[in-house]
Design a protein around this ligand. Structure first.
Ligand SMILES: NC(=O)c1ccc[n+]([C@@H]2O[C@H](COP(=O)([O-])OP(=O)(O)OC[C@H]3O[C@@H](n4cnc5c(N)ncnc54)[C@H](O)[C@@H]3O)[C@@H](O)[C@H]2O)c1
Length: 306
């Protein structure tokens, strides 16, 4: 939202607040509390606002919930997307940017996956993102929209929701500030590609604004750099301890422990940002160390207020 406003756009927001928070929005941004599954209310909002572009982020974001409740996952992530696409066509939206996921599409990859890597989604959430991309491509081909699917890697940052794919940074931060023992699944040697939220926001702005030759593009948004969960815990623990000291707290963060491995966790998942740079002129600006520092400061402020 901040990135859109900075770039001179006039956004409006639809969210059912199932996970989102009104506090993350500037007060002057028009907000509609509705569910994307509700096609009638969605139609009313699209009639009222008549947007030029849509940036579709709303989703059921939990991989594990998708395993337990695949129908619910599909209702939000597939039917909800179709509602958004139908309304977009009806009111003449020019471009739809869709939050897809490189993390769940490419599966186990030891080197950064490029967009043409085979797609191997293994959860209903991943299948939904892959199907969603194909619907977007269909609407781009047949219904006059331009579609851009952004395949994020693991997004983290100050406003991170601990329920999503990269929940580990937020979960560890929250637990450490509360002085709780962090549990790392298995041996923790699970390599992920962490991309900073505000960098992803900038990628969305570029995906909305940049002229593209094709009516549909799928573009990775990641760093291509791998960090394992043990490293995340170690870096966070140092940063949180320092932040606690700065707040005048004598709380000592307990050392993390290793629990049982989580079934189906990939050993390595990395995605290449080369195409994003080529097509959108985008590259990740924030280093992981600096991004973690910013995240810890924000979580620290929040935990001091709670
Ligand atoms: N966080 C990641 O690492 C990651 C990685 C890949 C893709 N994504 C995708 O990025 C997008 C944003 O995810 P996020 O991590 O910021 O999660 P988030 O929970 O912060 O954002 C999802 C938003 O969707 C809203 N929402 C959920 N169901 C809705 C419904 N039925 N109607 C209206 N609004 C609804 C929630 O209230 C929430 O505000 C999602 O599409 C997610 O699948 C996230």
């Amino acid at each position: 939202m901040d990135a859109l406003l900075t770039h001179g756009h006039f956004p409006f927001v639809i969210d059912n607040l199932s996970l989102g928070s009104r506090q993350n929005l500037p007060y002057n941004v028009p907000f509609f509390e509705i569910d994307i599954r509700d096609s009638e209310k969605l139609a009313q909002v699209f009639d009222e606002v008549k947007p030029d572009c849509v940036c579709h982020q709303a989703a059921q974001v939990s991989v594990s919930r998708s395993m337990r409740e695949p129908i619910f996952d599909a209702e939000v992530n597939i039917l909800g997307l179709l509602n958004v696409l139908e309304q977009s066509v009806r009111v003449g939206v020019q471009r739809v940017v869709f939050a897809s996921s490189g993390g769940v599409l490419y599966g186990e990859v030891a080197t950064p996956a490029t967009e043409d890597f085979p797609k191997r989604p293994i959860s209903p959430y991943g299948i939904g993102k892959w199907v969603g991309e194909q619907y977007l491509e269909f609407y781009s081909r047949e219904r006059g929209l331009q579609g851009v699917a952004l395949r994020y890697s693991n997004v983290y940052g100050p406003r991170q929701n601990p329920h999503g794919e990269a929940g580990v940074v937020a979960i560890f931060c929250k637990a450490m500030f509360a002085g709780e023992v962090v549990t790392i699944n298995g041996d923790g040697r699970y390599t992920r590609d962490y991309v900073y939220g505000p960098d992803v926001a900038n990628a969305n702005v570029k995906a909305l604004e940049t002229p593209l030759n094709q009516s549909f593009e799928a573009i990775n948004i990641g760093t291509g750099v791998g960090v394992d969960v043990n490293e995340v815990a170690e870096k966070l623990s140092g940063l949180v301890q320092r932040e606690l000291r700065n707040q005048g707290s004598s709380l000592q963060i307990p050392h993390w422990r290793h629990g049982v491995p989580r079934l189906g966790d990939l050993r390595s998942n990395l995605i290449s940002p080369i195409r994003a740079n080529h097509l959108l002129g985008w590259k990740p600006e924030m280093s992981f160390d600096e991004g973690l520092r910013e995240t810890v400061i924000r979580f620290g402020l929040k935990s001091a207020q709670d």
